[in-house]
Design a protein around this ligand. Structure first.
Ligand SMILES: *Cc1c(COP(=O)(O)O)cnc(C)c1O
Length: 402
């Protein structure tokens, strides 16, 4: 049984804040500053370049970390050990996975996605299509139309499992089996799934998956992304971004590229060692729980939040699925003045975020949010909405990041 009071105590939370935005950027594990200082002073400072072979908390070398740490994430997403690697940003990993998948279905030209996907994923697909210049088409349909759009024209279905705006969740095992029936491969973006909902990549026969570590996984701003390649594709997938650290023998400095064994080939360049030191502290906390317990707690929190808000705030319209089984770990409400309302909430310590045009989004993360937080947040939201406390010019001014 996970002791959620214990995990909560392992995160730093500023005084007076109820943090409902861990779906965008997780909070700081209290152990991270000391670990980062140690990584800087004892490893970077003292070991200098020898750290690549003997750095890291376990002394196994910085170079081993992108795979060894990725396996701890692999447990949370149902990946086989040794088939996930950390590095780069999610946008880059989307590009890499999509390019690798397309190359494995060379006779087809359609990439299928849905309009609930995060724009960067669609942009990366557009960029890849333009660059390849071989008549590829990005076919974007409504989320509920993905299944019927799976035809024998589709090379790759590229889907984000949990919608970043509404929290609507696709039936991943079902769509994978449908895609495979028509001979298509699948790329799954787990940005709002990893650490939020149970994922079983292996059991659902996924081909490729990618995700980030700074959202629910709490790795810190700019922490590296991850990529999964199914074992059956590991030795045939072409990495597309053929950097030296994905080479079979990086230190042979061979002038021509040969892909490394399995997931190693999905590495590109030098790993972000300091960022990995912070991520490691978050993964220590993840080691204390299971996704089944996280899911049960998350459903209890989101159901409680929806019931509380609907009872107190008739002006807010639920944008997330009411059925918890179809919802990730976030709850969104529509409100025409949602931007100003969210600024008023943030000013009172309830931190969520806003997604255009009218979505107020709240993330629920059982590792550090409990029922008391939900009730306190509901009370503040109820007051702000009932008294229109958001209706002030300073709350309407848009910042660069919303
Ligand atoms: C957060 C998110 C991204 C962000 O990509 P970065 O390269 O890490 O900035 C991409 N795709 C999805 C689905 C996301 O939710």
């Amino acid at each position: 049984m996970t002791d959620f009071a214990r995990t909560k105590a392992l995160f730093h939370m500023p005084e007076g804040v109820i943090y409902l935005d861990g779906n965008s950027l997780g909070p700081l594990p209290k152990a991270a500053p000391a670990r980062m200082t140690q990584a800087m002073q004892d490893e970077w400072g003292e070991m200098l370049i020898t750290g690549w072979n003997r750095g890291g908390r376990d002394g196994a070398g910085w170079m081993a970390q992108p795979v060894s740490m990725a396996d701890r994430i692999g447990r949370l997403i149902g990946a086989e050990p040794g088939h996930v690697v950390l590095g780069d940003t999610l946008s880059i990993k989307v590009y890499q996975a999509l390019a690798a998948a397309l190359k494995m279905v060379p006779e087809r030209r359609v990439i299928l996605s849905d309009n609930g996907n995060f724009p960067s994923d669609l942009y990366m697909a557009e960029g890849l299509i333009g660059f390849l210049d071989k008549g590829y088409e990005l076919r974007v349909v409504a989320p509920e139309e993905v299944e019927e759009a799976l035809t024998e024209e589709v090379a790759v279905m590229m889907i984000t499992e949990v919608d970043y705006r509404t929290g609507r969740m696709h039936d991943m095992p079902h769509l994978i089996s449908k895609a495979h029936q028509v001979g298509a491969l699948t790329v799954w973006d787990l940005a709002h799934s990893a650490g939020a909902v149970p994922v079983d990549l292996s059991g659902s026969n996924a081909d490729f998956a990618v995700g980030c570590t700074y959202k629910y996984l709490n790795g810190g701003p700019g922490s590296p992304a991850f990529i999964y390649v199914a074992p059956r594709h590991a030795e045939t997938a072409a990495p597309a971004l053929s950097g030296w650290l994905g080479h079979e023998a990086p230190f042979a400095f061979d002038p021509s590229y040969r892909p490394g064994a399995g997931i190693e080939r999905m590495r590109v360049g030098t790993p972000p060692v300091l960022a990995l030191a912070a991520l490691e502290c978050a993964l220590d906390i993840w080691d204390m729980t299971t996704m089944a317990e996280i899911r049960a707690a998350s459903i209890a929190l989101t159901d409680r939040f929806i019931a509380g808000i609907e009872a107190a705030c008739p002006m807010l319209t639920l944008a997330s699925p009411r059925d918890a089984g179809q919802r990730g770990s976030q709850v969104s409400f529509r409100f025409a003045d949602g931007y100003a309302a969210m600024q008023a909430l943030i000013a009172r310590g309830v931190i969520g975020d806003f997604r255009a045009p009218d979505i107020m989004r709240f993330g629920f993360t059982p590792l550090y949010i409990d029922e008391g937080d939900v009730d306190a947040a509901v009370a503040i939201i109820a007051e702000v909405m009932a008294q229109k406390l958001w209706d002030r010019p300073e709350y309407r001014r848009r910042s660069r990041v919303t």
